[in-house]
Design a protein around this ligand. Structure first.
Ligand SMILES: *Cc1c(COP(=O)(O)O)cnc(C)c1O
Length: 396
């Protein structure tokens, strides 16, 4: 017997989402998540992944993952602090610290979990966190979990940040104050104003935390947004994910040795949840090595990103103000964005609509994620489909 109250709650709310075009249908992908994917027997040009560098299907990563299964098994076997810290985890962290230019790194099971872990290990109810209003859901949840006072500032508005930092300091209510931001905002592709943020942080002695999930592998020749601005010594927490450009799974914080030591004894997902599998750790480390050896994939990503952006802009689409390969195509009304994405699908392009609550109401969009693995032919074909569907729907 299921609860009647629960049934009513679920059915009413699901029906409302569906009626408002806010219900996201999930498409199962048959086979690997590469530049061409297979869904419901159809071959599609994939412009929806976060696999920026194509590493998710890279042969070199696949090989080391297989080798790690042979040498270390399928799972880590325990929580890191009990006996699940494998040599592979340590090697991955060392490699990441080298790549990021920091004293040390701690790795987690995912980027989401990393934000839940790291923020609340340092901040508590006597503290305040200044948070960009467009920060990722995992930052918001991590802040909430810490019980610190959350003070939102207008998106990338440095006057508002300075004002709110000043108010927070002058109130004398808080022991510690942190400023936290995405490095790259994934819905619009704009970059956080880190030089100004760091300047304000120095003025008011704020702890700085940059979530670089979309900057790692993409900016700073691959090392991320902080490196892009040359601020490695000025940012306390450089958080990143191994699931996007790195192509595998996992999250991490790069920072000073004392911070990483503290996170190893105080962050709960590190203490109470098993680490990533040997294959994940080995493949992630290989990806970092590839990025440190050559900028070939990074350069190809940017070339493809610029090519797609130029093509869509020339057709007259509103591609917003992206400063990275992320290419939104802003449609506006939620249902129109969903219809646009559906028509692209029928014509062979997989670019998902993103609507409220992921982005503000009335800014429904189709977001394109070109990668290093796309060929010019694939991008040309996608641009042609955009033209056809855009004209048909009266958008261009
Ligand atoms: C994707 C993302 C995360 C979560 O990373 P996962 O490793 O996929 O859990 C965290 N923060 C931001 C800004 C992201 O875009």
């Amino acid at each position: 017997m299921s609860s009647k109250t629960l049934d009513k709650f679920l059915n009413d709310n699901l029906a409302e989402l569906k009626a408002n075009g806010l219900y996201n249908e999930i498409d199962p992908v048959q086979g690997a998540n590469g530049p061409i994917i297979h869904i419901n027997g159809k071959n599609l040009i994939n412009l929806s992944s976060n696999n920026y560098l194509g590493l998710a299907t890279d042969e070199r990563l696949k090989q080391v993952a297989k080798d790690a299964v042979d040498s270390h098994g399928a799972g880590a076997g325990a929580v890191r602090t009990i006996n699940g810290t494998l040599d592979l985890h340590i090697e991955l962290e060392k490699k990441l610290a080298e790549f990021k230019g920091t004293e040390a790194v701690i790795s987690y099971q995912s980027g989401f979990n990393c934000n839940m872990a790291a923020i609340s290990a340092v901040m508590d109810k006597h503290d305040a966190i200044l948070s960009d209003e467009l920060n990722h859901a995992s930052i918001i949840d991590g802040c909430r979990l810490s019980k610190a006072k959350i003070i939102r500032f207008a998106h990338s508005d440095m006057d508002d940040l300075r004002l709110k930092a000043k108010e927070a300091v002058e109130s004398g209510q808080y022991n510690k104050i942190m400023v936290i931001t995405d490095g790259v905002f994934s819905m619009d592709g704009d970059i956080a104003k880190l030089p100004e943020i760091v300047e304000i942080a120095e003025e008011f002695d704020l702890i700085t935390y940059v979530d670089d999930a979309h900057g790692s592998g993409v900016l700073g020749k691959g090392a991320g947004t902080v490196k892009h601005f040359g601020l490695q010594d000025k940012v306390d927490f450089q958080m990143g994910t191994l699931s996007k450009a790195i192509g595998v799974i996992g999250g991490y914080v790069a920072g000073k040795a004392n911070l990483i030591d503290w996170l190893k004894v105080r962050s709960r997902p590190f203490l109470f949840s098993t680490a990533v599998s040997p294959a994940d750790a080995a493949a992630s480390k290989k990806a970092i090595e590839i990025l440190m050896e050559s900028t070939e994939l990074h350069d190809k990503l940017w070339e493809n990103g610029n090519y797609l952006k130029d093509g869509l802009k020339k057709l007259g689409f509103d591609i917003g103000n992206s400063e990275t390969p992320i290419t939104p195509c802003i449609i506006g009304e939620e249902k129109a964005a969903q219809e646009f994405s559906k028509r692209l699908f029928e014509e062979g392009v997989y670019a998902k609509s993103i609507v409220f609550p992921t982005v503000p109401r009335g800014t429904g969009r189709v977001r394109n994620m070109p990668t290093a693995a796309h060929t010019k032919e694939m991008l040309d074909e996608a641009i042609q489909v955009y033209e056809k569907v855009g004209k048909e729907m009266g958008l261009i």
